[in-house]
Design a protein around this ligand. Sequence first.
Ligand SMILES: [Mg+2]
Length: 168
Amino acid sequence: MKLLTPDLHAESILHIDLDKLKKKNIKGLIIDIDNTLVAWDIKSANDITKKWLLKLKEKGFKVCLVSNNTEDRVVKFNEELKLLAIHNAVKPRRKSFRKAMEMMGTNISNTAIIGDQIFTDVLGGNRIGIYTILVTPIESKEFWWTTFVRKIEKHVLKFVLKKKHMEE
Ligand SMILES: [Mg+2]
């Protein structure tokens, strides 16, 4: 159970207190892509995410994208960002975490993972012993929103049709 528990839970990447991470001596961030930085079906980062990634750099964090997704997806997503990146990572296996730390020049004591999945990001991070940060998946928020909007639309449509019927 402990292996599945993140050290920190945040509503989104934007809600992570970066200064607190600095105080914890975190120097390297392993970051998941799908549903952490963008929804899984979105090809590249939006301006808010780009700004946030830039802020990480300004604050002195090393960053490495680590994704279980394909080379094609990761390379395209990273085209403009030009960050360190690992594709086909097979999280929660530890190999890609080790590789990411090697690429960033960090170690277990000063590296954190940010991801949306307990069974890949959190489990993998905890297994190797780095600081784990779980964010709420972007996809499900959008899904919730879409469902919510569709429900309202349905009600509105019903109402409009009823009114129309009465007027006829
Ligand atoms: Mg993910």
